[in-house]
Design a protein around this ligand. Structure first.
Ligand code: SF4
Ligand code: SF4
Ligand code: SF4
Length: 361
């Protein structure tokens, strides 16, 4: 981040927040104001999602809803399955279920009632899985439980917190005032407002910590048949991810399922599979935006799967820069949260928004 300190201080001193904010320029470089990134806790828990193992069955979407007691949901554009089938197929279904009501597709996006979603990348003729050209691939989207989360920094009432031991980012409904600063601050576009609740409520994945407390696996992990979503200590998941990206097409590998550390849920034996496509030579979540506790490996480039990726994405979370600006300006006093959030928005304005657009497709 490059900060014209003089212009910033001048703007702030005269009460001109806009002028102050306008003096914060491109993100991605550690500016004079940046504080160090916060590391993830040594016992941090998280997920490893391997796109090459995902068959797009969406069992994890249903498992997440079940685990979090969330209702069935229509697609946001209310696209009916009826429009996607022939009249004969529709009549057959109507005969079977004895109903003339439209049949709705599953939700297409994250929402206040859907904390986990599987999206498809599709290119050209979509002939081969895990290929960028004329191929297709799947991507799982939920909270990434960032090492240094902007949603926590932006929340003015500490309704977003990060557990110092597990690193799980929790949302405390009882504290939330519905300002949605966390929504704007999240570079992954994750927190969603539940417009169906009486007073409005924000929802996001909390790694099913209520299930972990009972020794159970997160719902999405417990239901995944292939091990595409793996749970465990993030350090161990990252080591597993590095073993996978070293594999070559034709290699046979025993992919663990459930909990890589075998501490939660029933033991599920590994799933043996021949590697079909070369992995991208990178573990997503190991460094970008300060690192995350949900890690990804994939054969298709991460930016095509809608994840912020590329030379314009910094290794620091935006909060490292905006919080430091806050402290420099006010020396311990609290900058109004709206200004802090605006700072975050400016700092992240170059984030690749493809993931958002892809999600809404
Ligand atoms: S992905 Fe977004 S909501 Fe989740 S911890 Fe990171 S900043 Fe917060
Ligand atoms: S950890 Fe729980 S809340 Fe998060 S995506 Fe998986 S099932 Fe849903
Ligand atoms: S992550 Fe697992 S459960 Fe979810 S769609 Fe992929 S294979 Fe199915």
């Amino acid at each position: 981040m490059t900060v014209d300190r003089r212009a910033f201080l001048k703007g702030a001193a005269t009460g001109g927040s806009a002028a102050a904010l306008a003096s914060v320029t491109a993100p991605g470089e550690a500016g004079a104001f940046a504080r160090p990134s916060k590391p993830r806790p040594t016992q941090a828990l998280g997920l490893l999602y391997d796109s090459t193992l995902c068959v797009g069955c969406k069992a994890c979407v249903a498992g997440c809803k079940d685990a979090n007691d969330m209702p069935v949901e229509r697609s946001r554009d209310q696209e009916s399955w009826n429009s996607m089938v022939t009249p004969e197929q529709r009549n057959q279904v109507v005969r079977q279920v004895g109903d003339t009501q439209p049949i709705w597709d599953t939700p297409k996006s994250l929402s206040g009632s859907t904390l986990n979603i599987i999206k498809a990348y599709v290119h050209g003729r979509a002939e081969v899985k895990d290929r960028a050209e004329d191929g297709f691939a799947f991507i799982k989207r939920q909270c990434l439980h960032c090492n240094d989360p902007s949603c926590v920094s932006a929340c003015p009432v500490s309704a977003m917190t990060k557990d110092p031991d597990t690193g799980i980012v929790n949302h405390h409904v009882d504290r939330c005032i519905g300002c949605r600063y966390c929504v704007w601050a999240c570079p992954f576009n994750i927190p969603r407002f539940d417009y169906d609740s009486a007073f409005g409520k924000l929802r996001k994945c909390e790694l099913c910590d209520h299930r972990l407390a009972e020794g159970e696996l997160p719902g999405c992990v417990a239901t995944c048949p292939t091990g595409a979503t793996l749970f465990g200590r993030v350090d161990d998941l990252e080591a597993e991810a590095r073993r996978r990206i070293a594999l070559k097409p034709g290699d046979t590998y025993r992919y663990p399922r459930g909990d890589i550390n075998r501490r939660f849920g029933p033991y599920t034996p590994p799933h043996e599979k021949v590697v079909q496509a070369a992995y991208q030579p990178e573990v997503y979540g190991d460094r970008l935006l300060g690192g995350t506790q949900t890690l990804y490996v994939s054969a298709v480039p991460f930016d095509k799967l809608g994840l912020p990726h590329g030379p314009h994405i910094p290794d620091r979370m935006y909060a490292t820069e905006t919080e430091a600006v806050q402290h420099t300006l006010y020396r311990g006093m609290i900058l109004p949260a709206v200004v802090l959030t605006a700072l975050i928005l400016i700092a992240r304005r170059n984030v690749d928004r493809h993931h958002t657009e892809a999600e809404e497709d």
